[in-house]
Design a protein around this ligand. Structure first.
Ligand code: PLP
Length: 285
């Protein structure tokens, strides 16, 4: 009995195009949905604390930017907000995440879309804690293409991240870090990278091709971080490194390839402390 209850608790609560599913495993997306066939979609992952989404306005603005970049129809932000409210009303999450996915909808099984296609919107809420504890990261041999058509967009085409993360896992890491075509540090598969040099916190610029992470954006505003592009090898000499993302907040890096650190450095600790304080002040900063 307990086992069943736990399983139910782990199941996402899922809203698809206006309907909350009775069973999250019910098949509802068409096999010719362009999000499924070619990764023609955009998404957001939003942290939920005590039933309240964190920084929802910034996430919706980024969803809009990603959709515009991909050439999808304009996002109806109010409709997405209503879907989010509907899901969170049905599923009280003390701690968890929302996944908002918008795809181009049904289309021919090739790269072209139909002009009259209607988008598919899915909002799923799932319980689960943040990633805690120090991270071990591995740099990967494949570059991000900062000049590509979808650079910096949060699209559902994440297969490159899947391959890179598997590479990191095989080497005992839990996150993979990319350089870009210019040889500069770029980002992780699901995180932005911050590092300290000469007492200064730094992170790659958006021109590096990294995602404009919401956590990154807030840390830059709150912590006086310098945005600068430097060779990937800067990680070999940085005094401190940390990852930033919705699922991590500020996560110290304890190992990067062959280098190890005993504990979080002072700038990482200060950033984590500022994050905790500012996050508690405002749910939609
Ligand atoms: C490629 C990539 N970079 C950075 C991030 C961090 O962004 P955010 O802080 O908005 O979660 C993510 C989040 O999943 C990501 O997928």
């Amino acid at each position: 009995m307990t086992r069943v209850t736990d399983e139910v608790r782990q199941q996402p609560t899922v809203w698809v195009d206006g309907r909350v599913l009775d069973d999250a495993e019910e098949p509802v997306i068409r096999v010719d949905d362009h999000g499924f066939t070619v990764g023609d979609g955009v998404f957001e992952a939003v942290k939920v604390v005590d039933g309240v989404p964190f920084a929802l306005s910034r996430h919706l603005r980024r969803l809009e930017r990603s959709a515009t970049g991909l050439g999808l129809p304009p996002v109806d932000q109010d409709a997405v907000r209503r879907a989010v409210a509907d899901v969170l009303e049905r599923r009280h999450l003390p701690f968890g995440r929302l996944r908002i996915t918008l795809t181009a909808g049904p289309a021919p099984m090739g790269s072209g879309r139909t002009s009259e296609g209607s988008t598919t919107l899915v909002v799923a809420a799932v319980a689960g804690p943040q990633k805690t504890g120090p991270a071990s990261v591995v740099t990967v041999p494949w570059p991000r293409n900062e000049r590509g058509a979808i650079a910096g967009l949060k699209t559902t085409s994440y297969a490159e991240n899947v391959v890179a993360l598997a590479y990191a896992h095989e080497r005992g890491g839990e996150e993979a870090v990319f350089g870009n075509l210019a040889g500069h540090l770029c980002e992780g598969t699901g995180s932005n990278v911050f590092y300290a040099v000469d007492g200064e916190l730094r992170t790659p610029t958006l021109a590096s091709g990294c995602l404009a992470g919401i956590t990154r954006e807030l840390l830059v505003e709150w912590c006086g971080v310098r945005e600068v592009d430097e060779p990937l090898e800067v990680l070999e000499s940085a005094d401190e490194i940390f990852l930033a993302s919705t699922t991590r907040d500020v996560q110290p890096v304890a190992r990067c390839d062959d280098r190890t650190w005993d504990g979080p450095g002072p700038l990482t600790q200060a950033a984590a402390e500022t994050w905790r304080r500012r996050e508690a002040e405002h749910a939609d900063p």
